[in-house]
Design a binder for this molecule. Sequence first.
Ligand SMILES: [Zn+2]
Length: 269
Amino acid sequence: MLVKLSSRRGKASGVQWVEGFVSFGKVRLNVIVYYIDGVLIDTGAATLLQDFKGFFEEVQAKKVVITHDHEDHTGGAAFLANTYGIPIYINESVVKNCTTKASYPFYRKIFWGKRAPFQAEEIGTTFTSDNATWQVIETPGHAADHLAFLNEQTGQLFSGDLYVHPKTKLILRDESIPIIMASIEKVLTYDFEEMFCCHAGFVADGKKAFREKLQYLADLQGKVLHLHEKGWGEKAISREVFPKKYPITLLSFGEWDAHHIIHTIIRDS
Ligand SMILES: [Zn+2]
């Protein structure tokens, strides 16, 4: 098999997780599913389902909440709904979309497999777990339907794909840096400490991490807009600011590219 799969478990501060890895060629991607207090946060990818089933069986979640409708977060949803009969909650804007065959590029199917259709319900603005009430925070930018979840009892933030990396150097074509920045500013107005990111994992001081990321993006934005005002074109700015090319840019036919960072800063700032 061309794709290599593996997984590992972790836990911290009452949260358990399973992290899956998918490697193809030089590119290795990961994704994490969290469990706390009766609730699963996200469901992983279809390719990782065999690796994640033991975790799902062990935790016996009562409900599933999904941060956004990307195939590495929704790939296990149909299995969880069909096997355990538990409800799945997601942003209302994509409830209908989830019931259909998902459409995304072939290279993403190699990594993440085919996301099976599933029935989901609108999540609303809050939800409950066994012992806590949670805030649902709309945080678009990575995806239009993206949500972060805040456990009000513990002050833990489950940030989906809002954080991912402190120094973003690549984004998807559909992402937007200024919209991500506005979402980070929004979560920073909430009271939280620990952050659980679906790719970076557990971060003890989540606020500090988000502040640093926001500062990095603001500096980047300043630099890009300055060059743009001096008359530089987007391509020239890309070459200047991000000279390095990454294997995933080639593999994804440009869906992942530093250029989208430059383009969206100029378009959306
Ligand atoms: Zn995503």
